[in-house]
Design a protein around this ligand. Structure first.
Ligand code: ATP
Length: 328
């Protein structure tokens, strides 16, 4: 029998992503639209365990759509990985008469939510928000587009100094296991080389390609390196390796770091987050649970959490191919 949902709770969890606030706003406002009570939980699963709850209504999320980060705060909770921790969280939810939970975060957040759902049969719906875009079942995660635009904007600036001094810049971007940011920002900013975790270019090929670029008349070059690239060298080691083998180059390194996930979300992320927030509430009202909201071919879809976690979001071969062609 379909469980009647009257009151929901919402958390933001894991790494913060621009657009989490827009998703929260959409969850709270659509809950209000459908006459559901809504509780915001501070600090992700940590706040669920501590009972750090706050009643939210349509007005409590005004003027947050344009803000980066998350007003609910995010946290990584080791305690939620234990059965005792999850039991405390469940008891707090039951005591507050909450019927369902919306989790906004990445694959770790969804793993926790799925285990929680299995243990206590508690309805859970996930909204994918992570700058890495590494979640199966959705073309885009909330925050990815903003991070891409942040990276491209900075690379454009680095390009100015690179070309003024005929320099070769190695720019490290986020992506330990996934090359979405590196590859797409690299194409968008016209990088000469892009090193990602999914493809092993090999150091010899990198040297050949840079030497080829130099001989063909390029006076400055940008190499984008994802944190988890396959060469086995970090960005500083890569730079020294190239400097040693191609002494004609004046090499510099720039590590972009946390600025990539900061700042106001792009319009794309705000709209995506708004659509996903509304869909999450409508799935719960429809008696659905243990699902993640996704966007496939610009349509809102629901994917089993289990699938979203276990399967890989692969980089499109066509994007890899055009990157190869254009970095000639
Ligand atoms: P991002 O991809 O941006 O890092 P994430 O959601 O993957 O976001 P994690 O830190 O991996 O971030 O996970 C967030 C939280 O989810 C963890 O701090 C923990 O509380 C919970 N979690 C992760 N894995 C598990 C697990 N196996 N069992 C229970 N809870 C988990």
């Amino acid at each position: 029998m379909k469980k009647i949902i009257k009151k929901i709770a919402v958390i933001t969890s894991g790494g913060d992503a621009p657009g989490m606030n827009a998703a929260l706003r959409a969850v709270v406002r659509s809950a209000s639209y459908y006459k559901l009570e809504c509780i915001g939980v501070y600090r992700g699963y940590e706040g669920l365990i501590d009972g750090d709850f706050k009643k939210m209504d349509a007005r409590s999320v005004h003027q947050i759509i344009q803000k980066g980060g998350t007003i609910l705060k995010s946290a990584r909770s080791e305690e939620f990985k234990t059965k005792e921790g999850r039991k405390k969280a469940y008891e707090n939810l039951v005591e507050a008469e909450i019927d369902a939970l919306v989790i906004i975060g990445g694959d770790g957040t969804f793993t926790g939510g799925m285990i929680f759902n299995k243990e206590f049969k508690f309805p859970v719906i996930g909204i994918p928000a992570t700058i890495d875009n590494d979640i199966f079942g959705t073309d885009y995660t909330i925050g990815y587009d903003t991070a891409l635009n942040n990276v491209v904007e900075v690379i454009d600036k680095i390009r100015d100094t690179a070309s003024s001094h005929n320099r070769l810049f190695f720019v490290e971007v986020m992506g330990r296991d996934s090359g979405f940011i590196a590859l797409n920002a690299g194409i968008g900013a016209g990088a000469e080389e892009i090193l990602i975790p999914e493809e092993d270019m090999g150091l010899d090929r990198l040297l050949i390609s840079l030497e080829h670029s130099r001989r063909s008349g390029k006076t400055s070059s940008i190499v984008i390196v994802a944190e988890g690239d396959k060469t086995g060298k970090n960005v500083f080691e890569l730079a020294s390796y190239v400097e040693k083998n191609l002494p004609q180059y004046d090499v510099r390194v720039s590590v972009l770091g946390h600025m990539q996930r900061g700042g106001p979300p792009s319009c794309f992320d705000r709209v995506l987050a708004s659509r996903m927030g509304v869909k999450a509430i409508e799935l719960l009202l429809d008696g659905k649970s243990n699902l993640m909201v996704g966007s496939i071919a610009n349509k809102m879809v629901a994917v089993e959490l289990d699938k979203a976690i276990k399967e890989n979001h692969r980089i499109n071969d066509e994007i890899l191919r055009i990157s190869d062609i254009l970095t000639i």
